[in-house]
Design a protein around this ligand. Structure first.
Ligand SMILES: [Zn+2]
Length: 511
């Protein structure tokens, strides 16, 4: 009996030992599988290529006309399209798509409610001044209004050697991408025709002196910034930084953020369906091809370099183009809208004396003049509701939002509600926000076409991730731009920005 018991016990324990051994094997093989998806070596250089206003369909439309890839010469957009994980329709999900918030979302992985950057500029009721997203009282320009950290800020916190540089014609693009810890961010000063930086960063590196004086001798014209010259100049400086700072040749992982502002400057002038934009996009492709071949001459491309290509926002068709195609788009006549509000408000609240009812109108945000409301003891909530009704009666708009009275019931449209949720930055927003109908826009004397909405044409952009970590595949899953920072950070074994909202696009990882 004893022996039997012992045997039984023995066999049970053998069994459990066996199963323990077996399950350890399973765990070990699972661990191996997990290891296989996460490479232990980091890329030497991370390069972001952000095209300002490159709507999703540009790459799809002109693919056949882009430079073809061959073993002797790499293509431009085609190299990236054919060698990485490609989301043709990646999205922003915000109320108004524009440059400064777009670049901040790319680098931080956060929606504007967490980056604190919902607009390029806004009216500050306290100081009664317009504030620009990268303006800084102390340093002139800086990322200090960004309310979180970026992916390269977090990487630098790992104490692994890392250099971070940013380049763009527009200061806000380079600054928002490169974050607080950047070693250098350069943007273009069109007055003295030179690249410049701010005191927030280190002084211009010594090699920039001779480089800048070479450029300033050209004495170019402002319109060049909207031509392929702007793209070429941005790539040239990117390559100069790689060579002079030995990016990708240092011990850790370096970052180069390049944003191509030219695409946006030209797109506003000509509209996305113009022959000028087609010519520019093909010229950009040649420049990217030049860059890719330069990179191949310096690095083992897929092993050493991780490329990200995306855009900060899209663009609608011009009103004229929409009308020709029977889309009833129109310019919102804001002067008429404002005159109507003023005359009705004067009649209603101040028949004897005309009042300045609003302090500022900016990017479809209307900032009420609180001094006048107080002086006349007008209930602000009622006042705003009245204004909303007056504007909607003119039948030009999709919706007029009153941010101070946001409740779930107030915004019934779930798409609009999600965009408001993601974008809300109270102190930057007006008391009223005008939401245009699809393809309609506010009239501007400076630009032909404008992007100020959350509609598909303004919010949909390409996303390509290239490097050893990523599959060569096209993905149609939902991908948001805030997913970029957590995904790249996962490959680098670092953290995304402190308030990251995105998910890791793990379907792109190679097994
Ligand atoms: Zn723009």
């Amino acid at each position: 009996m004893k022996i039997k018991n012992h045997l039984q016990r023995y066999s049970i324990s053998t069994l459990s030992l066996f199963s323990l051994f077996f399950s350890t094997l399973i765990i070990a093989s699972n661990a191996q599988a997990a290891n296989a998806t996460i490479s232990t070596t980091r890329p030497k250089l991370v390069v972001f290529l952000v095209f300002d206003q490159l709507r999703a369909d540009y790459l799809l439309k002109y693919k056949e006309e882009f430079v073809k890839n061959s073993s002797s010469k790499l293509g431009g957009f085609n190299y990236l399209l054919e060698n990485g994980s490609y989301y043709p329709y990646a999205e922003y999900n915000v109320l108004q798509n524009m440059t400064c918030p777009g670049h901040a979302m790319i680098s931080t992985g956060s929606w504007p409610i967490n980056t604190g950057i919902s607009l390029n500029e806004w009216y500050d009721k306290e100081t009664k001044k317009t504030v620009y997203c990268v303006e800084d009282e102390k340093y002139d320009r800086s990322p200090r209004r960004l309310a979180t950290t970026t992916l390269s800020d977090e990487f630098k916190a790992l104490d692994i050697p890392s250099k971070v540089f940013g380049v763009a014609l527009k200061d806000r693009s380079g600054i928002m991408l490169s974050g607080r810890k950047a070693d250098g961010v350069f943007w273009f000063n069109e007055k003295n025709w030179q690249w410049e930086t701010s005191k927030f960063y280190k002084d211009l590196p010594t090699w920039m002196g001779p480089y800048n004086s070479k450029i300033s001798k050209i004495k170019g014209e402002k319109k060049w910034l909207a031509s392929k010259w702007g793209v070429e100049a941005t790539i040239n400086l990117g390559q100069e930084i790689i060579l002079n700072e030995k990016l990708g040749k240092n011990k850790g992982t370096d970052f180069l953020f390049m944003s191509f502002s030219t695409h946006d400057i030209a797109g506003h002038t000509y509209g996305p369906n113009s022959k000028e934009m087609k010519e520019l996009t093909l010229a950009e492709d040649l420049q990217i091809a030049r860059f890719m071949n330069f990179m191949r001459s310096k690095f083992q491309l897929s092993k050493d370099v991780l490329f990200v290509l995306t855009a900060d926002h899209g663009i609608p068709a011009s009103i004229e183009y929409s009308n020709l195609n029977k889309v009833e788009a129109e310019f919102i006549n804001e002067i008429e809208v404002i005159e109507k509000i003023y005359s009705e408000l004067n009649k209603m609240y101040s028949p004897k004396e005309k009042q300045e009812w609003f302090s500022s109108f900016k990017s479809l945000h209307y900032y009420a003049n609180d001094v006048v409301l107080e002086k006349l003891s007008i209930n602000k909530k009622e006042f705003l509701e009245t204004c909303r009704k007056i504007i909607l009666k003119q039948n030009q708009l999709e919706e007029v939002l009153i941010p101070s009275s946001f409740t779930i019931e107030k915004i019934i449209n779930p798409q609009l509600r999600a965009q408001v949720d993601n974008s809300f930055v109270g102190h930057q927003w007006g008391d009223l926000i005008l939401v245009p109908r699809p393809y309609s826009m506010n009239k501007s004397q400076i630009v032909l076409v404008n992007h100020l909405t959350g509609y598909v044409y303004d919010r949909t952009v390409p996303l390509i991730l290239v490097g050893d970590a990523f599959r060569r595949q096209t993905f149609y899953q939902k991908a948001y731009i805030v997913d970029i920072a957590p995904t790249v950070s996962a490959v680098l074994h670092s953290l995304p920005g402190a308030k990251s909202d995105g998910r890791i696009l793990y379907e792109t990882f190679r097994n």
